[in-house]
Design a binder for this molecule. Structure first.
Ligand SMILES: C[S@@+](CC[C@H](N)C(=O)[O-])C[C@H]1O[C@@H](n2cnc3c(N)ncnc32)[C@H](O)[C@@H]1O
Length: 400
């Protein structure tokens, strides 16, 4: 079965356009605030129009997030959506129509032809490149369509967190040769029930897609074209396409030092990607890599927590909510499927944290708190150091 037939039968992820009335799906990559933080040092001028390509846009999660967030912020944009599946495109179009969003052009086309659609300031490609017959061609096509000062947000599968998937894909593939998509799904579900509980897939706690929808089951376990990337392999694929990483999310997950016990040092001279590669192996649960990337010739810009014009945004909690936790407990606890991260924040920073609203620059926050420069810089530095590695704090001028 071809990839197009698969996504025409089971457009992924399963979405009902009517749900747009009650919620906005938020995800990484491709939230404008996060893009700004990782690709533009938190300093992009959002009054200038942004040309965006959503490559392999599927049923439209990233597309809708981008178009809605930019429309709500009253920022000019043009989005080009490409996908091979007409069924997926129809759902994405219906979601955009349901929200009455504009400035989106839809094309049923391959991302391999991306440069034919122009040059883009930002390219989203989430969950697609690992499904191409020749993924390197996909990386190169996207790179060729990216403006020299632009950046992209990618997601590709990672091997260790997908433990068990590839044996089952191979076994189900052999058992279901020549069958229709619907029959393959029936067979896959029946056989999975009989697979022993000790199988690495059944013991894998991080995979849930197959329990959520038929499209999820098919995408995870019945895919006929799917290759995962270690962090080192992904960095190499970027390099071959004249790109380089600007940030893997969340950075803390790839931090080798957080995984090494006292007394164990990383080898001298180990480069950053090699260290991340070891961290991925030690952690063992990373199932996807989300990476922001830029042309190899362009500088990676970092947001500066000492810049009075930098505008901070919190991700999961609003400033006052986060401040309540900080004042009471001096920490926040992030719950991932496989681990809990405890982020310690100074209680004295609660007043600053309460004022963070995504619109106020650090300099104005300092004035409002009445703190002297040294104390403010030291407290904010600790907030920054605790939250940025977990992607709970970004900087962006989107709303200014
Ligand atoms: C797993 S879905 C991901 C959809 C979407 N990006 C998301 O994250 O929700 C993969 C999508 O890539 C599309 N696709 C696969 N190969 C493609 C290609 N060469 N060009 C464009 N789209 C492609 C499929 O049709 C499918 O809709």
């Amino acid at each position: 079965m071809s990839i197009t037939e698969q996504y025409d039968t089971y457009p992924y992820p399963a979405r009902d356009p009517k749900d747009e009335r009650k919620r906005l799906v938020r995800g990484s990559p491709s939230h404008p605030v996060e893009m700004d933080h990782f690709l533009f040092g938190g300093k992009r001028n959002w009054r200038a129009p942004i040309r965006i390509l959503v490559a392999g846009g599927g049923t439209g999660d990233a597309l809708v997030q981008l178009a809605q967030t930019l429309t709500s912020a009253k920022r000019p944009y043009e989005i080009t959506y490409l996908d091979l599946s007409t069924t997926a495109r129809e759902i994405a179009e219906a979601r955009i129509a349901e929200r009455r969003l504009s400035n989106v052009t839809f094309h049923t086309a391959s991302l391999l032809d991306a440069p034919d659609f122009g040059t883009f300031d930002y390219i989203d490609c989430c969950g697609v490149l690992h499904h191409l017959p020749e993924p390197d061609e996909g990386f190169r096509a996207l790179s060729a369509a990216l403006s020299p000062e632009g950046g992209m947000g990618l997601m590709v599968y990672a091997p260790y967190g997908r433990a068990g998937v590839y044996q089952l894909q191979s076994a189900f593939g052999t058992l279901s040769q020549g069958m229709s998509a619907k029959d393959r799904l029936k067979l896959g579900k029946a056989v999975l029930k009989a697979v022993p509980d000790a199988h690495s897939f059944k013991r894998n706690q991080v995979l849930v897609d197959h329990k959520k929808s038929d499209a999820g089951f098919y995408d995870l376990l019945l895919h006929s074209q799917d290759r995962p990337y270690t962090v080192g392999e992904l960095a190499e694929a970027l390099r071959l396409a004249d790109l380089k990483p600007a940030g893997f999310l969340p950075t803390a997950q790839y931090d080798l030092d957080r995984l090494l016990p006292e007394g164990v040092e990383r080898p001298d001279g180990m480069d950053i990607i090699a260290a991340m590669d070891v961290a991925e192996k030690l952690r063992g649960t990373i199932k996807t890599h989300v990476v922001y990337a830029v042309p190899a010739a362009r500088d990676v810009l970092h947001a500066n927590p000492k810049d009075p014009w930098a505008v901070p945004h919190f991700k999961s909690l609003a400033g006052p909510q986060l401040a309540g936790l900080v004042a009471k407990k001096g920490k926040i606890v992030l719950d991932f499927q496989t681990e809990t991260a405890v982020l310690k924040l100074p209680k004295e920073a609660a007043q600053i944290v309460s004022l963070v609203d995504g619109r106020t620059p650090l300099g104005a926050l300092r004035e409002r708190t009445g703190l002297d420069e040294m104390l403010f810089a030291s407290l904010w530095g600790r907030v920054h150091d605790a939250l940025v590695p977990w992607n709970e704090l970004n900087y962006s001028k989107l709303l200014v």
